[in-house]
Design a binder for this molecule. Sequence first.
Ligand SMILES: *Cc1c(COP(=O)(O)O)cnc(C)c1O
Length: 496
Amino acid sequence: MLYQSTRNENTKINASLAIAQGLSKDGGLYVPEAFPVIKPYDLKNLISMPYQKRSAYTMGLFLNEFTAKELELYTNTAYNTKTYDCAGIAPLHMISENTYFLELWHGPTCAFKDMALQVMPHLLIQSLRKTNDGRNVCVLVATSGDTGKAALEGFCDIAGVNIIVFYPKNGVSEIQELQMTSQRGDNVCVKAVEGNFDDTQTGVKAIFSDNELALKLDKKGYFLSSANSINWGRLVPQIAYYISAYCDLLADGKIKQGEKINFCVPTGNFGNILAAYYAYKIGLPIGKLICASNRNDVLTQFINTGAYDKNRAFFTTISPSMDILVSSNLERLLFELSDKDGGIVSSYMSSLAGKGSYAVPKPILEQIQQIFASGYCSEEDTKKAIKKTWENHSYLIDTHTAVGYKAMCDYRANTGDESLAVVVSTASPYKFCESVLEALGQPSSRSGTGLMDELSELTNTPIPAPLTQLGSLPQRFSGSIKRNDMGRAVMKFLGG
Ligand SMILES: *Cc1c(COP(=O)(O)O)cnc(C)c1O
């Protein structure tokens, strides 16, 4: 199977090269040239398999350059009871007959990014072997909090890889910052950047398009790669949990074969929900994909009107991993819906880069609305949703998941569509203790890990194991840099 660039459909390369490169040279993202198909019969076969096998099977549909044995090795290494605190890996939690949460945060960093980033390093290293690139790779990450830590854990002490993570100084939670600044490993570097996430992401993109820097790095035997969700190696492991959730519902007799269900996804960069769309494309019975946004509701507006406009105020919210004005992966959806015409996608993207906006024509908007619904959640409503699920269902959710839950409830109220719905739960509430405590009406005066103790005492729920150690780990990284100094930081890290 070949992959093509969203900005030039004639650029076609193998999966391994797409994963090794991350971003296409024309600025586009790599997408599969054709989509595989998963039949009811295949789904039935998956029911009896553990998560690791379901995941390897799903990835194999898209990565036929990799053997089943290779992929199973990766998924067994990524998802096991040493790395995950729950044997089911991605379990469903039911709060009512037709409402479920898909818990994707049982991995080493307690957010859903682990689902992809525990596997992706293996895909990347193997891709580099397959493409015979003798150079070392330096992975560059811009993070709004969760990606950074998950990438650091995934790549830590892997031979032939260095990783540098940039995060916005005032755009992540205290726990998230502690997780990153205490990262172990000899091949890692963490830098706080003055500004918000979009500044940080723009800075990383600028490094990628800096030819002079690339030459210097090449002389030192390095090249740059990305672990952001623009990399196909990040997206493909995410398709699996949608399929796995459906299999679990089938196995438990909660749905009939072929029955359509809805997924609601708390969305930032449009990676997670795009994986759901790909699951739908290959044949998973999905009715609606509900795209949930916080106060930065640029996607809600887009799905409602077809106009994408980033010229708007940026808000720092209590669901910081969704504080994004440019959702990079949307480009992949636009490519599919524009009949794979790279020229059309390029024109949207240059309009976005130039005047900060673009609009899609009505036929494309209609296609979008056929499968996507959207919802928006204010800060106040996010807190209310946390309180409500705790009081009514004794179930504790984090701020991002709360945005999803609220959007799903609104969708039901507005449409009357009461199909079984799965809200994708993207982080442990313990990563966002301060806001969760506030939502429960118990604002805390404690800080750092004291917040976790307080939440645990109040709700009588356990602190996830990877977070209990935070207080006793040494802080290895401190201070902050300016956006314009990010390139220099990369050179310095690599010894030049
Ligand atoms: C990254 C993240 C999101 C947003 O996911 P995208 O793939 O960027 O849309 C939502 N919630 C949490 C907790 C996250 O870490």
